[in-house]
Write a protein that binds this ligand. Structure first.
Ligand code: PLP
Length: 456
């Protein structure tokens, strides 16, 4: 079978198989050299269901910037989320899926004029602002916009702080901006904030919601009909305590400051929450250098491994997103805590493939001794990785192989593709049923360089 573009395919999994099984099949085929991702679509669906249970009053508007893979956007659109877009390019991408403009918020408080015009032309009316000049621009180029004022409220602990760039001070700036909007005849419909990405301070959501309440009251008293509260992003990419705590605080604060009876529409802009855990990255060790303890020694004191993805590719998240990425050697994927391996761990570092010394993925970690041709697996690689990756030094951006469990596929398939055929290519989102996975090597060999690493 010829696969024209693996990124347009979904592999439907046999019962009992999972994304790791697919990754293993691809690796064990021995035919693949380039780094690649496996995207578990079921993980996105599970996150969506978890969101609905934990935050029943909050409509998620997925932050496209976090991972704009076509497959991710199509799945989320099929599930019915809205979208937070930061630019004309992102808006265009979401509209091309057939998403209604009313399900898009243009959530960038500093917008180029041509992008505001584009939004106006395509009916994207809801947009954020946090400064006077933005109001003047909107007045001129999209006077019918429905504006959301972004206020600042920073988490004390966050993976990436955003408050130094966006969000007006709710006390010293917001009142003046609301009065200016009124005098310009603009319509302000709500309040947004972003507490910081990867929030490690759940109570900040309570503080921000309280602050938003004050701005709502002021807006209503100035004659605006305040009706949208946007809780921004910041939710963790993994399931666990902090998401539970964040949800608990949000629900309590909403009930206190925005009771259901008031009819305010509550939205949020989660990014990493939906995609981080859905993507697993496989990288190949293509080179290796042993550093000997001293000139007499035969035993390396440190081993440097070179893999085929680095900080100019997926691992840009180490620099921009302050991510910590932990490698799992492929042969211990099933039992990473295996005691036998701990016995043989040696001080190591892992480097990306480019010629830049900055291109280091892991510093000073303990790894088992691995030959060239071994694979290192990195989990939770879906957030702020692919959209920022470059092909610096000629290394390709890893391809994504999407998989889905059969029951999830049955639920989603009639909703995909979402649009008429003028938006989605004919071959998009075909299901490739593959009972045994024995076919996989032949599929791969249609579009990959074949390097049989078993020959090492
Ligand atoms: N909304 C806005 C305006 C953002 O700038 C970001 C991230 O930078 C997000 C939402 C998504 O944040 P997160 O991935 O932390 O949920």
């Amino acid at each position: 079978m010829k696969l024209e573009n693996p990124e347009d395919q979904i592999y439907v999994l046999e019962r009992g198989n999972d994304a790791v099984h697919v990754m293993k099949s691809i690796i064990l085929s021995g035919m693949k050299e380039d780094a690649f991702y496996v995207l578990d679509i079921g993980e996105i669906v599970r996150k969506y269901e978890e969101w609905k249970v934990k935050l029943p009053r909050v409509e998620p508007y997925y932050a496209v910037k976090c991972n704009d893979s076509q497959m991710v956007l199509e799945v989320l659109a099929a599930l019915g989320t809205g979208f937070d877009c930061a630019s004309k390019g992102e808006i265009n991408k979401v509209l091309s899926l057939g998403v209604d403009p009313s399900r898009i918020i243009y959530a960038n408080p500093a917008k180029p004029i041509s992008h505001i015009r584009y939004a106006s032309e395509y009916g994207i009316d809801t947009m954020t602002f946090d400064n006077e000049m933005e109001l003047q621009k909107v007045k001129q180029f999209h006077p019918n916009a429905q504006l959301v004022i972004r206020i600042r409220c920073d988490a004390e602990v966050a993976q990436c702080q955003l408050g130094m760039k966006f969000g007006c001070d709710p006390i010293t700036e917001a009142p003046r901006l609301l009065r200016l909007a009124k005098s310009l005849g603009l319509d302000v419909i709500g309040v947004s904030f972003h507490v910081g990405s990867g929030c490690g301070d759940p109570p900040v959501f309570g503080r921000a919601i309280y602050s938003a309440r004050q701005i709502f009251d002021l807006g209503n008293s100035l004659g605006f009909h305040m009706r949208v509260l946007d809780l921004g992003g910041g939710y963790p990419g993994y399931t666990g305590y902090s998401m539970n705590r964040i949800a608990e605080i949000i629900n309590i604060s909403l009930d206190e400051y925005f009771p259901v009876e008031e009819g305010v529409s509550i939205i949020a802009e989660p990014g990493r929450y939906f995609v981080a855990s859905a993507f697993t990255l496989a990288t190949l060790i293509h080179s290796k250098r042993d550093i000997l303890g001293d000139s007499e020694s035969e035993v390396p004191s440190h081993t440097m491994y070179y893999i085929n993805d680095g900080v100019y590719g997926s691992f840009n998240c180490i620099i921009y997103d302050h991510a910590v990425c932990t490698p799992i050697p492929f042969n211990i994927l099933d039992s990473p805590d295996d005691f036998a391996y701990r016995e043989t761990l040696i001080p190591s570092s892992v480097w990306g493939p480019t010629c830049d010394g900055l291109d280091k993925v892991n510093d000073d970690i303990l790894l088992p001794e691995m030959p060239v041709g071994s694979w290192l697996i990195y989990r939770d690689m879906g957030a702020y990785t692919l959209p920022v990756a470059s092909t610096f030094n000629g290394y390709p951006i890893p391809k994504v192989h999407a998989v889905i469990e059969e029951h999830v596929w049955m639920m989603l398939k009639d909703r995909l593709p979402l649009t008429g055929d003028h938006f989605i290519k004919d071959n998009s989102l075909q299901s490739v049923r593959n009972d045994s996975w024995d076919e996989l090597p032949h599929m791969l060999d249609d579009y990959e360089d074949i390097i049989p690493y078993s020959s090492y």
